[in-house]
Design a protein around this ligand. Sequence first.
Ligand code: DAT
Ligand code: MG
Length: 138
Amino acid sequence: TTVEETLVLIKPDGVARNLTGQILARVEAKGYTIADLRMLEPSREMLVQHYAEHEGKPFFEPLVEFMGSGPVVAVRLRGNRVIEGFRSLAGATEPTTAAPGTIRGDLGRDWGESVQKNLVHGSDSTESATRELGIWFA
Ligand code: DAT
Ligand code: MG
């Protein structure tokens, strides 16, 4: 077995739409363990660190602004191959193309503007998971 931990964020749109329980129910149903959880309004500093890989891209500023627009639920999620497994549960970045059965595919909306309101974040590698968990669960 390869027990890993990943950072899951329920973004401001997910919290505002009262989807926190449904999203957590999906990860629990999959057998993953909620090892830690907090709700917070992240600072700009945290968000700039979190999205460092996207700094300089045209969607960076709107993304940071959106992520700071309301409360976010941060989860330390644990399980076998949970990094890949949660990305699979979340679905593709764009809610429109995310497969049915995934969080983004079932619950995500096409808001017409950009794809920043896509409900959840999940770390994409062991390196990202370690780095991101350090930011959100310092
Ligand atoms: P993911 O969240 O699927 O890992 P990502 O890391 O490439 O996607 O991008 C981080 C977030 O930035 C993503 O959830 C939504 C937003 N985003 C990505 N690409 C975008 C684009 N081309 N235009 C607007 N927002 C974008
Ligand atoms: Mg990403």
